[in-house]
Write a protein that binds this ligand. Structure first.
Ligand code: GLU
Length: 409
């Protein structure tokens, strides 16, 4: 199945409300530039090995294209295209001056040594460095990439161009021009969105249970933040399985356990990833990969609220089923936009060569997330639709307005 089919379905649904012209639809359905390169690197054994890589610069009407780079064995062009499209929507939702892009390499990074990972990351930049830049296209971390990988990529870019240029990539280590707050920004932003929703729907943290699928950057930080706010985190999982405790898991100890053993397994009663999604909890936080809730299991989801920290965790069919069940879905393009928002702050700090303290960053992030959440709640209400569709209508109107002003429509 091609993930881009999800985008096509989402857009045709939006079209039925927005009544877009053929030209507008074509523009939204077509990435501006696709770079594909087979990267050959030397493995530690001395043998060469090739990995397929992609960078999709989807839309740049509102600014330089922006979006992370994913390392995952299942990366495909269709997935990277979809993620690039969602980035364009996301940046428009929070109204930051960027278009959307995404990159990916089909690789299992857990099977590579540190040196091989570095060689692969540098090879990717060698392949795309002419097409990226602080005013062109700005990569960042995504699934299984991190600040160290961003550091190698920045270094390679600067070696090839002969200039210091920290604004070419975000999610960097602090020592190389990273931003305070970036490491937990995705989850912090999601927590602000949830708080706005909770205010309107009388959700009391102490009486609310949460399950988190995924315990990487987004999943582990949201568990920590929500636990700190009084929510009861009853289940979390990672790629190797999940753990459950109806009295609530101690996230700090769980993090130590994962640090020591490499997995959450063994910390509490075991459950599978599928069971976690279907738990009888108040809030479900998918924080792993796309297509986790589909027409097969959507009916069995018991959570009343879904906070999408992953990109694309629900298929359009699942969206329809959940809408009928009145499950509230706080959509990815809003719920996980805190990451790219602090990436934007990082880029601004790089361009100014002037750095802000964490409280200033969190205050700015909060302002953007609260305003965007309210805008989307209002849009959904106005069009009597889901929050995802409300967000898409707002974002697509902004993108098309920019295209029109540029004379492209
Ligand atoms: N990969 C993150 C996302 O999907 C962050 C992108 C960025 O900071 O550019 O939103």
């Amino acid at each position: 199945m091609d993930v881009f089919d999800n985008v096509k379905k989402q857009l045709s649904q939006i079209n039925s409300i927005m009544k877009l012209s053929d030209k507008e639809m074509r523009l939204l359905l077509t990435p501006k530039r696709i770079i594909e390169e087979n990267l050959e690197i030397e493995m530690d054994s001395g043998k060469a090995k090739a990995f397929q890589s992609y960078r999709v610069q989807y839309n740049d009407a509102r600014g330089p294209t922006k979006g992370g780079i994913r390392y995952h064995p299942n990366v495909t062009l269709g997935e990277v295209k979809s993620l690039g499209f969602w980035m364009a929507i996301k940046c428009a939702v929070v109204d930051i001056p960027y278009g959307g892009a995404k990159g990916g390499i089909a690789v299992n990074p857990k099977e590579l040594s540190e040196k091989e990972l570095e060689r692969l990351s540098r090879a990717f930049i060698k392949a795309i460095y002419r097409e990226i830049g602080p005013m062109k296209d700005i990569p960042a971390p995504d699934v299984y990439t991190n600040a160290q990988i961003m550091a190698w990529m920045l270094d390679e870019y600067e070696k090839l161009t002969g200039e210091h240029s920290p604004g070419v990539i975000t999610g960097k280590p602090l020592e190389l021009g990273g931003s305070k707050g970036r490491s937990f920004a995705t989850s912090q932003g999601g927590a602000y969105v949830l708080r706005e929703y909770a205010k309107l729907h009388n959700i009391i943290p102490e009486k609310t249970t949460v399950a988190v699928q995924g315990f990487g950057n987004a999943g582990s930080h949201i568990a920590e933040i929500l636990e700190g706010w009084g929510y009861k985190i009853v289940a979390v999982s990672d790629s190797r399985g999940g753990v459950y405790d109806k009295n609530g898991l101690n996230i700090k100890s769980l993090l130590e356990h994962k640090e020591k053993t490499g997995a959450v397994k063994g910390f509490a009663a075991e459950i599978s990833n599928e069971q976690l999604l279907e738990l009888d909890v108040d809030i479900l936080v998918p924080a792993a990969l796309e297509n986790q809730i589909t027409k097969e299991n959507a009916d069995r989801i018991k959570a009343k609220v879904i906070l999408e920290l992953a990109n694309g965790p629900l298929t359009p069919e699942a969206d329809d089923i959940l809408a009928k069940k009145k499950t509230a879905v706080l959509p990815d393009v809003l719920a996980n936009a805190g990451g790219v928002t602090v990436s934007y702050f990082e880029w601004v700090q790089n361009l100014y060569s002037y750095y802000w303290e964490e409280p200033e960053i969190l205050e700015k992030l909060e302002r953007i997330m609260v305003k965007s959440a309210r805008d989307i709640f209002d849009s959904a209400k106005k069009y009597k639709t889901t929050m995802r569709t409300g967000a898409y209508i707002l974002a697509i109107s902004r993108i098309l307005a920019a295209e029109k002003l540029r004379g492209n429509l």
